[in-house]
Every structure is written in C-alpha cells, then in structure tokens.
Design a protein around this ligand. Sequence first.
Ligand code: PMV
Length: 311
Amino acid sequence: MRATAIAPANIALIKYWGRKDAKLRLPYAPSISMNLSACTTTTTVELSDAYVKDTVEFDGGFTEAEVKRVIRQLDLIRKKAGSSLKAHVTTKNSFPKSAGIASSASGFAALTLAAAKVFGLKLSQRELTKMARLGSGSACRSIPDGFVKWKDTYAYSLYPHGYWDLRDILVIVRHAVKDVSSSAGHDTVQTSPYFAQRLLQLPARITRVERALKEKNFRMLGEAAEEDCLDMHHVMQTQRPALMYWNDATKVIMNSIVGWRASGIPVYFTIDAGPNVHILCEANREKEILKLLGNSYQVIVNKPAEGAHIL
Ligand code: PMV
C-alpha cells in the first residue's frame, strides 16, 4: 500500500508570525500566500505489516529532530485512521535543501496528503489543511489551489493558480540551513514591543491585499506585501533574542529592487525567515528583471501553482 503526493512551497504576501497556541499552531492573525510552482516536495508513504517501525528517507538528509517531527505527523494520521501499521516515507524536494528555502510548508503538506490517502482517511480539503497545520503552520496554505488565505484553524483558496500570471523570482543568496528555526521565533514574538502594533495594522493590510487580488492591482499588492515583510522583520529584529535573517546580499538586492522601482519598473520584494529574496512582479516583467539581476545569483522562477495533490 503506497501513495505519493506533491505539494508546493508558498510565499506569504501577508505573513504568519507568532502563534497564540504553540501546540495547535494557531496564528494570532490571518495570512495570505501564493503557491510556488518550482519549489515542490514529493513524498511517498508506504505501509506494510512487515515494518516494525517508521522510517524516513530524504535525499537531502534529515536531522533526528526532523525525523521525530515527521513521525509525530504520521502518528496523528495513523491514530485518526485507527491503524497500527508502520510506514516508510521517502521524500524529495525540487530544490536543494542547502539552498536555505523553507521546505516545511511543502514537506508537511505532501506528507499529510500522502499519509491520509494511504491510511484510507476520507478528509475534505478543509480537514486536510487543519491536519497539515499541526505539522507546520504555513503547510496548511500549500494544500488549496493558487492564492490562499489561512484564517484561524484552516486555509482555503481565494483564487485558483491560473487567475493571475504573477512571478516570484526567488534569489538564493546563501546556501545554508537557517540559524534560528521559525518555530523558535514564533515562540518569542511577544518579546518585541512592536508585535502589538503589528496586530493592530494587520486587518487593514489584509483588506488591501484582498482588494488588490480582486482587482488584479499589482501595485497595491506589491506595496502591501513589501510593507508586511518589513513589518514582520521589524518585529523579528526587536524580539529577544533578536532574529536577524538578512545578510549583506539580502540588503543589496532589496536596494536594487527599490532602485528599479524608482526607474519605473513595478517590482517588489518579500522575505521569509531567511536571507533569500522573493522578487514579485507580473509575468511581462520577468525577462527584464532576470537581465537586471545578471548572473551573480542562483534564481528560481516561480509561477502561481495548484495546491497539494496525489500523483
Ligand atoms: O510555518 P512556519 O512555522 O515555518 O512559519 C513560517 C513563517 C514565515 O515563513 C516567516 C511567514 C509565512 O507566513 O510563511
């Protein structure tokens, strides 16, 4: 018995940062993201009564803690299915683990879907997002199609991937695993004196992103996304201990983007819990921006993508 699922990573336009319930991974506020076509995880879960324990195989190698987290997610699904079968999990990413791209979203979305399938659970998409969320918060946004909103316990599609031909040009500036995991960062969010301010500003910013998506107003979308990225990093940098995810190359690229915009090109940036920069633009600007970037960096060009699905 085996099932294979593929799931995209996603980039948050409105970030999830901080959780009011760490165990249930419940966010303080809603977040909005876009699935990424070129950053995917493919996971196969195989069950056999010959297996005496769960085993996990990953082409990039897993730490002991990561294996434990995978098995915890399997346990949840196994329990819900009322099964005692052990599993062999094989997983691979379309991008190198060492590229420092967060793979927990695509990873836990693919794992949850493949495991639910092979254990015979009949879950609605909403229920799947709730399950994936327990593995990694942002994983719930990698289940639905295209442009996705996560609110409270579950995530849902706002618009399908074909709705708007945007690009996320991911610039990889450091090939290393991040120093501070986002899990640890979520837990100390209240130590920033600016977190309360962020929560006050979020409802209006979320409305702007939703309106920009509805009207396909790229400028409105880019401005709100970039503002939210800077706001989240401001909170991160003022947490105790401070979380400083940017490096010199991150800042060089951010400044270039601001400069390109001043010269009339509609282009914006957003950054997650790491130094890599996501450049947001519309499809017709892709070539021009790649040319401006030159050959100094490794880039991954993403389009909006469908959500997790069984292969
Ligand atoms: O799902 P986690 O715990 O890896 O948190 C993700 C946090 C950010 O990537 C920084 C923001 C987001 O909404 O994806």
